[in-house]
Design a protein around this ligand. Sequence first.
Ligand SMILES: Cc1cc2nc3c(=O)[nH]c(=O)nc-3n(C[C@H](O)[C@H](O)[C@H](O)COP(=O)(O)O)c2cc1C
Ligand code: SF4
Ligand code: SF4
Length: 440
Amino acid sequence: MPDLSSNLAGIKSPNPFWLASAPPTNSGYQIMKAFDAGWGGAVWKTLGVPVVNVSSRYGGVNYRDKRLIGLNNIELITDRPLADNLREIEEVKKYFPDHAVIASLMVESKEQWHQIVKDVQNAGADGIELNFGCPHGMCERGMGSAVGQEPKVLETIVKWVMEVATIPVIVKLTPNISDITEPAMAAVRGGGDAISLINTIQSIVGVDIDNFVPYPIVDGKSTNGGYCGPAVKPIALNMLKNCAQHEGVNIPISGIGGVENWRDAVEYFLLGATNVQVCTAVMHFGFGIIREMIPGLERYMVEKGFNTMDDMIGKALGNVKTWENLNLHYKVTASIDSSKCIECQLCYTACEDGAHQAIGLHKDGSRIPYIIEENCVGCNLCSLVCPVENCITMVRKDDGQKHETWKDFGEADKQPNTFNDERAGGIHHWVPEPSDALKK
Ligand SMILES: Cc1cc2nc3c(=O)[nH]c(=O)nc-3n(C[C@H](O)[C@H](O)[C@H](O)COP(=O)(O)O)c2cc1C
Ligand code: SF4
Ligand code: SF4
């Protein structure tokens, strides 16, 4: 069996699955229940000066028949007194000495940072996570994402923390910024041991169109919230990749955002995350999802011949290039397996209106479309909209012999550089006459 044990900057856990700081980690009761179910670590609901929360706190995005593909919240940090949380941290560590308990923190002054760091260390926390990510409420008070968006301030606070920290410190970043590597490097300069990303994305998930107020509604009013869940995973993966590939961000990364199953987690590991943290999926389905995640990861590792987590971490990073380094001679076209086709013609409509008019309909009454190969640019759209798995596949058409990139084109003076350049990619590519659009 592969070894799932994980080590994030010295914080050890029996597996790489942690709970993110959020409602599922609000109390020792929940964290003990989660550890008992199999979770390897938990980042405690952010501690600080306790807040007063509003009632009605979440908004959801449902997409067709799927509930909660995105979750929005306007909740703040913990509303429970620090002493209660510290007592519970101590108790959890007594029962689960080998599991990772991380204290997430957010306070204002240097004195408060020093005090709370010492407090959670005394309580037996294995690590600290600095919440520089919360994009609602706390940022209005100069904390959370207000810090994460100001690399210099972030660096200063990390330095304050490092003055007294005796356990590893993770800096949690906000995605509400144009270049995530800037606060990541500030975390490195400040002396942080690891970073975690992402916290939630500033959002409004919808509007009550009868009462003219966005969700969630608090006595007829609303405010922007933080977005998370499956919908944010692509944004988080890209930010992870940006940090993991950056030479200046040379500390381990804890990946967060939309992880729901072992497959999601593997994607994070392959792009450089040492472990993953989960919030929305647990809020939706409960702690029990871990029972599928662990054997799923084990099976995947066996299949790929990975013995330890380190064998897998970052494996996909070498295959992520800048656009100018992609092979311009690689060519695929769509192919329809007529034995699988259910004749819905979604592919035809998508290609006809949204792509390159490369799918035709037979005039003999057959409803199975066909590909007009010479028009197909290999964009993948039809295969993405087709509701039948593997009914439309993309088939390689070049012989694999030629490899030339945009960068190579530049060096060989082959890049189009005038408006009517004969070297344009679409030169002589067939398109219908404009008036053909009106022919019935
Ligand atoms: C209701 C709610 C409360 C949250 N509270 C905190 C918090 O106190 N501290 C924190 O660092 N992140 C907090 N988060 C953000 C999560 O830790 C996590 O970064 C984010 O939800 C993305 O992960 P997910 O897609 O698995 O939910 C909260 C998220 C939600 C939904
Ligand atoms: S979308 Fe797929 S199933 Fe529907 S007509 Fe096209 S090939 Fe057939
Ligand atoms: S891959 Fe794109 S261009 Fe080719 S048939 Fe499908 S939708 Fe049309």
